[in-house]
Design a binder for this molecule. Structure first.
Ligand code: C5P
Length: 399
């Protein structure tokens, strides 16, 4: 990162105390660092610490009351190759999302032409609050990159999601997403993800479906987007929504629709993550009129659906990486290994219905990852977002 210009915005949360360490890490990489702070951030970390470590004056107010000098936020914002706001509090995120510009940190955001990254930090209930989620989604669709908060002890004494990501991981995120060297450039990826259920029509009003919510696939898409990767998300019927400039979302209904969408998009992808719960069978005949309840019993003849992931494995280029999922109710490991092999995957993510933390519509998931070289990686129960992060990290390691 030699000579790269990083503007670091610090807002007023307890995690601000870790910023001293982040500045050190960035400086050690050779980056030039300038800092802006919100007035309340200086209650959490002394501007003297920040200016000493960054080796630059810290800007807090629009103008210096002693000298009368004005801080040019436009110049500061345009100076930066990258703007990182860490910690980003719920208040700052809300203001960024709604256009409020009442401090220097926000004025720099509005004047900036560089990429902005935020590392949110707040208490767990705030992190789950619909208002916060709405604001965060707004920033994601405004092309702000998000380093998700992690799980652990919070300043309130509670345990949960809301801790700012550790400085080492913030640095790693920057290095992966801002390929300042050719090696890092090669780590930028195009991802194809299938998500959600498939619905197989019986007649114009009924279908065969399953309980998949699509949450796992959407969490995977969010993590990939946060890495500035390009994502094609092919999803069966869900209630979920996601918008981002790097996201191409293709809604589909049946397994056959999903296969068509995969066939059209697969050759451009580096990685395929097939998390959709595709129906194995569909009604052989689609009744064009609603079936009437005249008979005492009726038979529904089913035929096998195409296996989408197998098509992708058989039609892949040398460098394309294929990831599948297995949700099993029994003999989980054995079934997952068989799938890994028969569908020629590089890696399979197993979640067992025997685990109470895993399964449809749950917020958490507990996974074991198996790879084609017989590697086995087990993880504790985590939120689907954290699981998504583990999956992406493992793909990266195996690739
Ligand atoms: O064999 P099973 O359906 O349990 O395999 C699950 C894996 O295969 C998942 O990754 C799922 O997305 C994929 N699959 C598929 N096409 C199908 C059925 C499953 O891609 N028709």
């Amino acid at each position: 990162m030699y000579g790269k210009r990083i503007l670091l915005g610090i807002s007023g949360g307890i995690a601000a105390y870790k910023i001293a360490y982040l500045i050190r890490l960035l400086k050690n990489q050779g980056a030039e660092v300038k800092c802006v702070m919100t007035p309340s951030a200086s209650d959490f970390i002394s501007p003297l610490v920040v200016s000493t470590l960054s080796e630059n004056p810290v800007a807090i107010e629009f103008w210096n009351k002693d000298s009368g000098l004005w801080t040019n936020h436009v110049e500061l914002a345009l100076w930066a190759d990258l703007y990182i706001i860490a910690p980003a509090t719920a208040n700052t995120i809300a203001k960024m999302a709604s256009g409020i510009c009442d401090n220097l940190l926000l004025a720099c955001y509005y004047s900036s032409k560089s990429k902005t990254i935020i590392a949110p930090a707040m208490d767990l209930d705030m992190y789950q609050h619909p208002t916060f989620k709405r604001n965060l989604n707004q920033l994601i669709s405004d092309a702000v990159l998000v380093i998700p908060a992690t799980n652990g002890s919070l300043a309130s004494g509670l345990e949960g999601e809301g801790r700012m990501e550790e400085p080492e991981n913030i640095l790693r995120f920057i290095q992966i997403n801002f390929p300042f060297s050719a090696k890092e450039l090669s780590s930028k990826k195009k991802i194809l993800i299938t998500a959600g259920p498939s619905y197989e029509a019986i007649d114009p009003v009924r279908f065969i479906g399953n309980h998949s919510s699509g949450k796992m696939g959407f969490a995977l898409a969010e993590i990939c987007l946060a890495k500035a990767w390009e994502v094609t998300l092919i999803c069966g019927p869900t209630n979920l929504d996601l918008a981002h400039p790097n996201l191409n979302i293709i809604p589909v209904f049946s397994a056959e629709d999903m296969l068509l969408a995969v066939q059209e998009n697969w050759k451009n992808a580096d990685i395929g993550i097939f998390s959709a719960a595709v129906s194995d069978y569909r009604p052989e005949k689609f009744e064009t009129q609603k079936i009437k309840k005249t008979e005492k019993t009726i038979n529904l003849q089913l035929i096998k659906n195409p296996d989408i992931i197998s098509w992708a494995s058989e039609n892949r280029g040398a460098k394309q990486f294929v990831v599948g999922f297995a949700l099993e109710t029994n003999n989980a490991l054995e079934f997952a290994l068989n799938k890994l092999d028969s569908k020629k995957m590089d890696m399979i993510v197993l979640n067992s219905m025997e685990d109470k933390e895993a399964g449809f519509k749950k917020e958490t998931n507990k996974i074991t990852i198996l790879d084609k070289k017989k590697g086995k990686y087990s993880f504790p129960a985590k939120s689907k977002r954290e699981v998504a992060s583990d999956i992406i990290d493992t793909i990266f390691k195996l690739m």
